[in-house]
Design a protein around this ligand. Structure first.
Ligand code: ADP
Length: 576
């Protein structure tokens, strides 16, 4: 039954009960009132008339006043005959009254009248008694019926009281509980209301909704699982070793390539702290060393040398920070690291071949170039014959080119040394002033050609430095040559040597074209030349200088402004 019908029935029944009780009450009150009215009209009046007639009789029936009173009451009595036998008694009274009027002195008639009146009164009193019994019965009936109907109504009201609120509130409570469970992502929750009322329909709708949500949840879970599998397969099929860590550096996944180079099984790695594995595994230690608290953030740029594929292999390590923005949030959250070791062995092998080739070529070129230079010197000698002006110019230009070739071959040789890691350093306690002087002497000619003034300022009592004098001189010559090359004619170059605690700083400042800030880092990389700069260079000078200085434990840096000039500074350790 529908809730609306239930409520209508419940309230309707209570309404009926009220009407029934009210009707019953009215009916019995009416009946009782009729009974008492009956007594009053029918019998009480007769008693009253009789009493008045007795009074009139007692007064003096012979007087006209008494006769009048008696006859009035007798007429009223005649009109108020209600009981069986009352008429006969009233007729007899009337007859006796007529007799009294004609024989006022007959005492027997008086006695007869009194008897008549007594009989009428007795008859009516008996009637009162009888009617009072009837009223009592009516009252009893009323009590009985009202009690019965009241009990019936009470039972109905009681049944409604017990059932109706529960019937409505229980499904609402169950439904609320169900909705709460769904909100807590417990999609298996169902509600069970029997019957075909509105709650039954609501339950069916709710259960359908829960089932669909459950299906959706399960299907999205399976999609996620499928995507996870796909990602795992993808990572496993990568030819480069890959390791995934969470934000606490617990290993989440390791692909087959990574397992191969680490020489470990997957179950020995996943779910473990990377630092715990690093204690036992040297390779893992060098892979995650940048993630350890002491070294966090500093990525080692050098390729890792690892024995893999039955040969010495080179891997370029890249650590990628994984950050996400959680749904509904604005702040980014760090959730781990992704380490990729890119196998660069084939490139390294090519690089080695190239370096060897460069080394061989530059070495082989050195001898013929030196011979050319020697032959030029012979040509310049007057003993070999005088040269005309044109020939002199040709010889001069061949000399310049020869010098450039020699510079290039020496740079290439240095480069091959750097690349093979074979920088042969002979670090000794050297005098910085002497090193600077060698360099200045070497570039003096070039400076004079462009009329550039070399302004030198050195601190007093410079300590000795721990350096390879030859390589440091080479670096300073290279920096001075650049400064001269990129300075305007007739300008000035400031050369300073300063002492600092534990260090000596050589700084070379020019007022030339300067370097754009975006190129400041790049100029120290191999073969890099600022676009539009002198074509005569190789782009190797600064990169080799950096290698040479860093190999000696020092550093080199630049401060420059476009159009204003550049300052290159070389810092080296001094002898304490
Ligand atoms: P290069 O042989 O081409 O000079 P370097 O490695 O010595 O190679 O220099 C790299 C680049 O840096 C140059 O191409 C040049 O553009 C820039 N550079 C170096 N020194 C200076 C300087 N003093 N002033 C302006 N640019 C410079």
């Amino acid at each position: 039954m529908k809730i609306k019908a239930k409520l209508t029935l419940g309230v309707g029944l209570l309404f009926l009960c009220i009407i029934l009780l009210a009707g019953l009450g009215t009916f019995y009150i009416n009946a009782l009132s009729k009974d008492t009215q009956n007594i009053l009209v029918a019998n009480y009046n007769t008693l009253n008339y009789s009493r008045n007639m007795i009074i009139a009789l007692d007064e003096d029936i012979t007087t006209s006043k008494s006769i009048k009173k008696f006859s009035e009451n007798l007429i009223s009595q005649k009109n108020n005959i209600t009981e069986i036998g009352e008429r006969e008694l009233t007729d007899k009274l009337s007859e006796d009254f007529e007799n009294v009027k004609s024989n006022p002195n007959d005492s027997l008639i008086y006695i007869s009248i009194r008897k008549d009146l007594a009989d009428i009164m007795l008859l009516n009193m008996q009637a009162i008694q009888r009617k009072s019994d009837i009223a009592k019965r009516t009252a009893n009936d009323a009590i009985w019926w009202i009690a019965l109907t009241g009990t019936f109504c009470f039972l109905i009201a009681f049944i409604l009281l017990i059932n109706l609120p529960g019937n409505i509130s229980n499904p609402i409570r169950e439904l609320t509980e169900g909705i709460k469970q769904i909100a807590a992502e417990k999609y298996s929750e169902r509600v069970h209301f029997e019957g075909h009322d509105e709650f039954g329909e609501l339950a069916v709708a709710f259960n359908t909704m829960a089932q669909k949500l459950e299906e959706y949840n399960n299907s999205s879970l399976s999609t996620i699982m499928f995507e996870k599998k796909r990602m795992e397969t993808l990572i496993n099929n990568m030819h480069d070793p890959v390791i995934g860590l969470d934000e606490k550096k617990i290993i989440l996944f390791v692909n087959d390539e990574a397992l191969k180079i680490l020489g470990m099984k997957i179950e020995e790695l996943t779910g473990k702290f990377a630092q715990d594995i690093a204690v036992r595994n040297d390779l893992m230690r060098s892979i995650v060393q940048e993630l350890m608290p002491s070294k966090e953030g500093k990525q080692d740029k050098k390729p890792m040398k690892i024995y893999a594929d039955n040969k010495e292999s080179y891997f370029d390590k890249e650590i990628v920070d994984i950050t996400i923005t959680p749904t509904g949030e604005k702040e980014q959250k760090h959730i781990g690291h992704f380490i990729v070791l890119r196998n660069i062995t084939p490139f390294k092998e090519l690089d080695f071949a190239k370096t060897n080739f460069i080394a061989t070529i530059s070495h082989e070129l050195k001898t013929p170039i030196s011979t050319i230079k020697a032959s030029l010197q012979l040509l310049e000698n007057k003993n070999t014959g005088a040269l005309n002006e044109e020939q002199k110019q040709l010889v001069e230009s061949i000399k310049d080119d020869g010098n450039r070739l020699l510079k290039i071959t020496s740079e290439l040789l240095n480069l091959s040394q750097v690349e093979t890691g074979n920088i042969q350093l002979s670090i000794q306690n050297s005098d910085p002033s002497k090193i600077l002087q060698y360099a200045l002497d070497a570039v003096k000619g070039q400076a004079e050609q462009k009329q550039i003034k070399l302004e030198v300022k050195t601190d007093k009592d410079l300590p000795l430095i721990k350096a390879d004098a030859e390589k440091t001189t080479w670096v300073l010559i290279n920096l001075l040559t650049n400064a001269i090359r990129y300075s305007h004619e007739k300008s000035e170059i400031l050369i300073e040597v300063k002492k600092e605690v534990g260090n000596i700083i050589f700084s070379i400042r020019d007022f030339g074209k300067g370097i754009e800030s975006k190129y400041k880092e790049k100029i120290f990389t191999r073969y890099f030349q600022v676009p539009g700069s002198s074509k005569s260079g190789t782009g190797l000078g600064l990169s080799i200088s950096k290698e040479f200085i860093e190999a000696q434990g020092g550093n080199i840096n630049v401060d420059s402004e476009l159009g204003v000039g550049s300052t290159f500074a070389v810092t080296l350790n001094s002898v304490e």
